[in-house]
Ligand binder design. Structure first.
Ligand code: BGC
Length: 415
């Protein structure tokens, strides 16, 4: 017989020390920033209340690059964690290896087919079977602006690249860092894909990034993108190199910087600092990209275990993740929007409501596409090949001409 558990934090404290008889999940994730950890707590507490203890395996590093390295080591050692946070193409790659648990017995009766958007299902299912439970939908083409700085700059949020550069010039004149950026490959890639979308529009993004068309990767629009990247770098501060994304968010929160381009997990940081949308900060689509959404969805996959008894806890976790009330509670804190389309936006703030509206609109208009930088545009080998070129060009190690030459080559070699 299974144990009956104390609910909430009491269980977390006690169950950590309690022994094996209890149900538990060991969860590998990269939610280590303040807003992320706060959102994760919603899940931990929810599971504790359902009698499932949480064994934490956090691996810091935005976009999960380091977490995926840690995962490979665990799987190679024959000891995979029970549950793992994962993005798009990584889910597909692990599915192909046949090591993920099938969630059909849960997903079928619960009707996931009807409530999860097709674009997400494309990654949650493999060979017609559910192998992942989507927690959320994030998107990357956002700009987070300090409201006081924007007011000083005239109060109008920029709708295109020209207006964006004008705003950054104004921030410079105010004596603050115009654009808070962290120089890490995935962050460079996140900025780059937003500029690609802005300059080329959705058709171009699809051609260049999703189809990896060599002409699109080396043509005039891409030249403009790299020229913009060089220009944007002129608005960073001197300590941008290697900085974590949440520290850049903090610069905007504290008014030391004017704006940050980042996915909507940044909102989690603003909220945690007590900031309120439209009062302390403004969220807009990256200039020139309104109407388009580059998405990524955090999903939990369950690894097949030697101990079959763990399956029940895995299914309990997957069920908890897909619960509509949980999707609201979690995503309000995380900055993302629900992965279910049947959840009302009532409880969400202005940015969350906008995120849900934009997502539905983009899905209906064919202007929704996977984010490259966050695992939904290309398999990780291609993603990393693009990051290499983008980072080197942004740091001035290679010229724009060289980047245009190398980009299609690097992508081809990685495919
Ligand atoms: C994940 C987010 C996370 C962000 C920064 C993204 O790839 O989807 O959940 O907050 O990386 O760590």
């Amino acid at each position: 017989m299974r144990h009956v558990f104390l609910a909430g934090t009491a269980c977390l404290a006690l169950c950590a020390g309690a022994a094996r008889a209890e149900e538990s999940v060991e969860v590998l994730h990269w939610w280590t920033a303040g807003g992320e950890a706060a959102a994760l707590n919603v899940l931990k507490e929810d599971l504790a209340a359902k009698g499932v203890a949480w064994k934490d395996m956090p691996v810091a590093g935005g976009s999960g690059v380091q977490a995926m390295t840690a995962l490979r080591a665990r799987v190679t050692a024959g000891d995979p964690p029970t549950a793992v946070q994962m993005l798009g193409f990584d889910i597909r790659e692990w599915s192909e290896m046949g090591v993920l648990s099938n969630l059909d017995t849960l997903a079928g009766p619960a009707g996931w087919d009807k409530v999860v958007p097709q674009a997400i299902q494309a990654f949650s299912k493999y060979d017609g079977h559910w192998i992942a439970a989507p927690v959320n939908v994030h998107s990357t083409n956002w700009l987070w602006i300090n409201k006081a700085a924007l007011d000083k700059a005239g109060g109008k949020a920029p709708a295109d690249m020209d207006a964006f550069f004008a705003m950054l010039d104004n921030f410079k004149a105010q004596g603050i860092v115009p654009l808070a950026h962290g120089g890490q490959p995935w962050q460079d890639g996140t900025l780059w894909e937003a500029v690609v979308l802005s300059r080329g529009g959705m058709d171009f993004y699809k051609k260049a990034v999703l189809e990896a068309d060599p002409d699109a990767l080396s043509g005039e629009t891409m030249r403009q993108v790299f020229d913009d990247m060089t220009r944007l770098r002129g608005y960073f501060d001197n300590s941008f190199s290697g900085r974590d994304w949440n520290l850049s968010s903090a610069m905007v929160i504290e008014g030391k910087a004017g704006a940050q381009e980042m996915g909507d997990w940044a909102k989690g940081e603003f909220l945690r600092a007590g900031n309120v949308p439209d009062k302390d900060f403004v969220c807009i689509r990256f200039p020139g990209t309104q109407g388009n959404v580059l998405f990524n969805s955090d999903q939990f996959v369950m690894f097949e275990q030697k101990d079959a008894g763990l399956k029940d806890a895995q299914l309990k976790m997957a069920a908890a993740v897909m619960d509509p009330a949980f999707q609201i509670a979690f995503n309000k804190v995380k900055g993302s929007v629900p992965a279910r389309t049947d959840v009302p936006d009532t409880d969400f703030d202005a940015c969350g409501k906008k995120g849900m509206r934009d997502l539905a609109e983009a899905a209906a208009n064919g202007t929704l596409a996977g984010s490259l930088a966050h695992g939904h545009g290309q398999p990780s080998s291609v993603k990393e090949a693009i990051f290499d070129v983008v980072t080197q060009q942004l740091n001035g190690q290679i010229s724009t001409d060289e980047a245009l030459k190398r980009l299609p080559q690097a992508v081809k070699a990685a495919m």
